[in-house]
Design a protein around this ligand. Structure first.
Ligand code: PMP
Length: 281
């Protein structure tokens, strides 16, 4: 079952008018929330980021956190599978086509669930390949906007090159992946770019930094140059659906020794045990 504007129904029966501003302009925002053992992971943080995205596009939040919590619970319960990922989507609603904000329009709210599959063990053992590209997106990458055309094109560049992700560079500095955040490791130090308007403030990114701090792993959150990216001993990719993955090839060359390293192994273990505690809690 999916949720659409007050109704729970099978996805095949869900319909959105063609004049929805999500369809016409990509005028909306979204969230992706992992669910482990029927429990949403970091729900409060995802709802906070949703609020930030809505504020960023000047759209009033159609629901209170309690209402979102209840909708999320109902969607989880109506779908099979312990592990799911929820896709929440809010657009500015249906109106005659005009760029300017329409008045008195009700936002469209859509929630669906999909099965959440852990990254395959083989990929965690070998690591994945990434390529680099110029970050040609806009300057509000902190908003989780549904208008994802640049991300779609950048990700496809990776797929066409036989890689999994495209790591983006802007003015000589790394921002993030086309659909992930990127960490570096060098000499036992974990390095991450700071959260700002050039990247999405990843929920997994925050978890990784919290876990590293709790374990006293030295961390530096600062701008990361292209040179540092290309000379890193390890590269890690994070996202809600892919958790933490090692990137072992960059633009066809090995990263460090070309295999998952000690920082990945440590953070992966910490992430898995943190997940376990949130499932019990
Ligand atoms: N950056 C971008 C551009 C993303 O699309 C995503 C999520 N797919 C992330 C970072 C990671 O964010 P999160 O950890 O909240 O999934």
């Amino acid at each position: 079952m999916i949720y659409l504007n007050g109704d729970f129904l099978p996805i095949e029966e869900a319909r959105v008018p063609v004049l929805d501003r999500g369809f016409i302009f990509g005028d909306g925002v979204y969230e992706v929330i992992p669910v482990y053992s029927h429990k949403p992971f970091r729900l409060a943080e995802h709802l906070l980021r949703l609020q930030h995205s809505l504020d960023g596009i000047r759209l009033q939040n159609p629901h209170s956190d309690e209402e979102w919590g209840s909708l999320v619970e109902q969607i989880i319960a109506s779908n099979d599978g312990d592990d799911q990922y929820l896709y929440l989507h809010v657009t500015r609603g249906v109106a005659r086509r005009d760029h300017a904000f329409p008045k008195g329009v009700i936002p469209t709210v859509f929630i669906m669930s999909n099965p959440l599959l852990a990254p395959p063990r083989e990929l965690l053992a070998t690591g994945v390949a990434a390529i680099t590209a110029d970050d040609n997106r806009w300057l509000r990458c902190d908003i989780k906007a549904i208008s994802l055309l640049p991300n779609v094109l950048l990700r496809q560049m990776a797929i066409d090159a036989g890689a999994m992700e495209t790591i983006l560079l802007r003015d000589g500095f790394m921002t993030e992946g086309a659909a992930s955040n990127i960490f570096l490791a060098k000499d036992g130090v974990l390095l991450a770019p700071p959260k700002n308007h050039l990247m999405l403030p990843g929920i997994t990114y925050d978890v990784v930094l919290e876990l590293a701090a709790a374990e006293k792993i030295p961390c530096e959150v600062r701008e990361v140059s292209e040179y540092e990216l290309r000379t890193a001993q390890e590269l890690l990719l994070t996202s809600s659906t892919r958790e933490i993955m090692p990137v072992t090839r960059l633009d066809g060359k090995p990263v460090g020794e070309g295999k998952p390293g000690a920082m990945f192994a440590r953070l992966y273990r910490l992430y898995q045990s943190y997940k376990q505690t949130t499932m019990r809690g």
